[in-house]
Design a protein around this ligand. Sequence first.
Ligand code: KG4
Ligand code: ZN
Length: 333
Amino acid sequence: MQSEKIIIGFETSCDETAIALMKGDKLLINKISSQVEIHEKFGGVVPEVASRAHAEMIRNLFHSSINECGIDIGEIDIVASTDGPGLAGSLVVGYNFAKSVAWALEKPFYAVDHMVGHLSAPLIEHPNMEPPFLSLLVSGGHTQIVLVEDWGKYNLLGSTIDDAAGEAFDKLSRFCGFGFPGGPAIQKISEGGDPKKVDLPRPKTSNKFDYSFSGLKTAAVYFLQKLSEEDQLLKKDFAASYQEAIVDSLMEIFVKAIKETGVNNISGGGGVMANSRLREKIVLFSENNNKNLYLPSPKLSTDNAAMICVAAKNELITNKINIDDIRLSSIIS
Ligand code: KG4
Ligand code: ZN
């Protein structure tokens, strides 16, 4: 694959309709149409509503993406789309739209795993990131420590045995009425709060690299239910303590994995990686321990289609796939 090819990427696995275009290493456009306002009143993503909103949005977003980046539609060389994991009804909209574009333009179609997208996202801003590296992937549905021994050689060292870190933020936020999505809402409320004010657990699991967050959420809910009228607890102190417990848990196990694997390169991705407290701690750790850190900026940590473009490009290059070889099979399968 020639590195100057133009790739268009589609991402609709949850509640963001996202389209991006890349030419070589250059991100031409990265558009995200968020459905936050639609789902906010329900306190969480409603799958059926998300799917319909993607269908209503995607066509206009596609045309505005092409127009704004100033290319001719015929210049697109490869069409890529997330094919999972995610909400089935949401995925099918972006995936089928992308396939239709590939079919109409007679260009190759390439499917990308959403988590490989998050894993590859640092490449957009750090094209020099190379395996081996250890990645902490923290999204709304997943919490994983992945040892990337080589591109395509992904060794899952640990994951959550119950809730994902993002779910821990979202569920407590919903319970407390802090806002949707929970992660950014709790981060905002935490500003200026005392992270040591409320003593919350950092749950352990039997596998040393696995996570568990459901006990933390339950402990926080019990704590609130036991508060009496006279107890003077500031919302910001409670939020900061809860955020700290999630960040501490994430860091403790990730650091253990870094030390045991002995890697020099570390990275991360997924919506929770946009969290400023988590970023602060990971940066501090890498500086104090001489590790090379490759983090996507907050905007590229949450769901986006630029990560789908870069993951597709990286897989095509590292697997030495000739795009002409996938052209026919991808369109008819
Ligand atoms: O990767 P992502 O955008 O979508 C999924 O693949 O799920 O991750 C969404 C998750 C949500 O749980 C959201 O609350 C969380 O990422 N999130 C954050 C922040 N921004 C998004 N969590 C903590 N702090 C943030 N700033
Ligand atoms: Zn995601």
